[in-house]
Design a protein. Structure first.
Length: 618
């Protein structure tokens, strides 16, 4: 694909357009890349800082919340250090709900105590001391609270039982001891009051906190107004929620469809009602309360979008300026080249008198001067063409003469063959005919690749000559699959193997017997691998000699502890030997192809050619 694009760019576009595109690419691409990277870095940095600011803000809210709750915890411990309070609570001991009334003097003492603790604390709605029997002492007016209250009937009050004197923060609830017309919800800090000496429970302290006290924690913090904030306890009960300016109450959305609040204390992105939010949660190790913030992602990325708008506007302005400058520069650069092109068009039409009159001292000027020198040389070169044509004719005649000798040899052999036929010398005729085929195959054809059928015909002609030499005691057997005959193989690839089998395997071994020498040539095709084998019934080789022979054929270096086999000496000097054949196969078909030799002493040898037809050159 890239080659096609480059080819189209090189052939279908003129130089002026190429320079214009190149100039624009070299200027706009770096600027665009720098702008994209700058915007990306700025956007990511701004988003990270906004997220970190939100995280720090949530942590600060939790810190302020812990400070306020620690003050309430300290306040809940003060009755334990007042002996009068402890004595009054001891006096009204009994099962919850069994109390009926308290002495007015005790009411007065308790009211003075609770009023003193609640003084100048607008966040505290009321402080109540409750005896075991249900007698309620409060700083509030007696008309607004019940003097006797059975806490066992309230579900929220049950959390204070069996807490062993530990303080508890109870979620918003409507106190049952309120007798006012308006049922308002309050958050209560409660604790069991136990006798410091005996640790027996004497009663309870209940500190009702207005929910607005939690909202005051945000008054001095620059918290995002479009973000939602809520405070939940360890049981995911809502303590306080500040809705965003868009009226979003995040607690209901987070718990919609029966889901639980995300437990991850790290910042994460959540999808609520089709909108993405940054969810930040910080859990207090002191109170167990979690401060959760939900900030719309669109709010976080607001400045990033403004930066993108500014960057795009500036980029468009720069692109317009760069494009104008590129047009001017490309026109000034290509104008001399266009003028030179017009001169060259006239020269193509046969007007060799064209010259460039005006040129500068830069590279374009050098091209113009080179054009003028070229035109001056054309006249001289034009006359030399005739001399070159004459030399080409002479080369063709020489090539024709080089074909005379092979034809003369073919004609001479044919004359000898006719004379042998007239004299009834059949063996001479067979040898002359076979020799003619050998010469035509080796000299007359220039192709490097031939079909396996043609190569086998050449081998057959060679064997015919050898059969006459051995008085017919040499036999060759072909076992070829029909589909392999048309496979293309390198020329002269089998005759050296047959020759080695005759000269080094069969000669002087079995030709004197009745059976004589036998050579089997077989070929099979497995998928895309052609296997050709040449086997003889000659004297064979020992295993160590076979190992050295195979190592020599494959190009490996092996130490020879014994004298080499004659075949190895033959291959070292014969370009058509086994080593040469293996090398040719690897060069044509790749390293997967090659030659191997197998056999044993007295049992002959088999040489196998492995040709991967799908490899290069197949």
């Amino acid at each position: 694909m890239m080659d096609k694009v480059q080819g189209y760019f090189g052939k279908g576009i003129n130089l002026r357009t190429k320079l214009l595109v190149l100039f624009l690419a070299l200027t706009l691409l770096p600027l665009s890349l720098q702008g994209v990277m700058s915007y990306s870095h700025f956007s990511q940095t701004l988003d990270r800082k906004t997220e970190q600011f939100t995280i720090d803000m949530v942590r600060q809210i939790n810190t302020n919340l812990n400070r306020m709750l620690k003050d309430f915890e300290r306040l809940s411990l003060l009755p334990l250090y007042d002996q009068t309070v402890l004595d009054i609570l001891r006096e009204y001991d009994g099962p919850m709900g069994s109390g009926t009334w308290a002495k007015s003097n005790d009411y007065l003492k308790m009211k003075l105590y609770t009023s003193a603790q609640a003084y100048d604390r607008p966040e505290i709605r009321g402080i109540h001391l409750l005896s075991n029997s249900g007698i309620l002492f409060s700083n509030l007016d007696s008309l607004t609270v019940k003097p006797v209250w059975d806490g066992s009937r309230e579900s929220w009050f049950a959390e204070l039982r069996d807490t062993e004197g530990k303080w508890r923060l109870l979620p918003p609830h409507v106190p049952g001891y309120d007798v006012g017309e308006r049922e308002a919800e309050y958050i209560t800090v409660g604790r069991e009051l136990r006798d410091p000496g005996t640790l027996r429970r004497l009663g309870y302290i209940l500190i009702d906190i207005r929910p607005e006290a939690f909202g005051q924690l945000l008054s001095n913090l620059n918290f995002e107004q479009k973000a939602s904030l809520m405070i939940v306890d360890s049981q995911q009960r809502l303590m306080f929620e500040r809705a965003s300016t868009e009226g979003l109450y995040a607690y209901k959305l987070l718990l919609s469809d029966g889901k639980n609040l995300p437990n991850n204390t790290e910042n994460q992105k959540v999808e609520l009602d089709g909108q993405s939010y940054l969810h930040v949660r910080h859990v207090s190790g002191y109170s167990g309360l979690s401060v959760i913030s939900l900030t719309p992602i669109a709010v976080i990325q607001k400045e990033s979008r403004e930066m993108l708008t500014f960057t795009m506007g500036l980029a468009l302005l720069c692109m317009a300026a760069v494009a104008t400058l590129a047009v001017l520069i490309s026109y000034r650069v290509t104008r001399p080249l266009i003028r030179l092109k017009h001169h060259m068009i006239r020269v193509e039409r046969g007007d060799f008198s064209q010259r460039v009159a005006h040129y500068s001292n830069d590279e374009l000027g050098q091209i113009s001067r080179g054009f003028n020198r070229m035109m001056e040389e054309i006249h001289r070169l034009f006359h030399e063409v005739y001399l070159l044509q004459i030399q080409e004719r002479e080369a063709e005649l020489s090539a024709l003469q080089s074909q005379i000798n092979p034809h003369f040899i073919y004609n001479t052999l044919e004359s000898i063959n006719m004379m042998a036929i007239r004299e009834r010398h059949a063996e001479v005729s067979v040898m002359v005919t076979a020799l003619g085929k050998l010469l035509r195959y080796t000299i007359g054809q220039a192709d490097r690749m031939v079909t396996l059928r043609e190569e086998l015909a050449f081998v057959d002609a060679y064997v015919r000559i050898q059969q006459v030499r051995y008085n017919g005691k040499l036999k060759i057997i072909y076992d070829m699959e029909e589909e392999v005959n048309d496979c293309m193989v390198p020329k002269l690839i089998l005759q050296p193997l047959v020759e080695n089998a005759i000269c080094h395997g069969i000669e002087g071994q079995q030709t004197g017997g009745e059976e004589g020498g036998i050579i089997w040539v077989s070929a099979v095709l497995f998928d895309q691998e052609l296997l050709i084998s040449v086997r003889d019934n000659g004297k064979g080789m020992e295993q160590d000699e076979l190992d050295r022979l195979n190592a020599s054929v494959s190009g490996q270096v092996m130490e020879q502890s014994q004298p080499s086999n004659p075949i190895l000496h033959r291959h070292a000097g014969d370009s058509l030997g086994l080593h040469n054949i293996a090398q040719r196969l690897r060069l044509i078909y790749g390293e997967d192809s090659g030659l191997s030799v197998d056999g044993s002493a007295g049992q002959g040898l088999v040489v196998t050619l492995s040709i991967h037809l799908h490899s290069k050159g197949a």
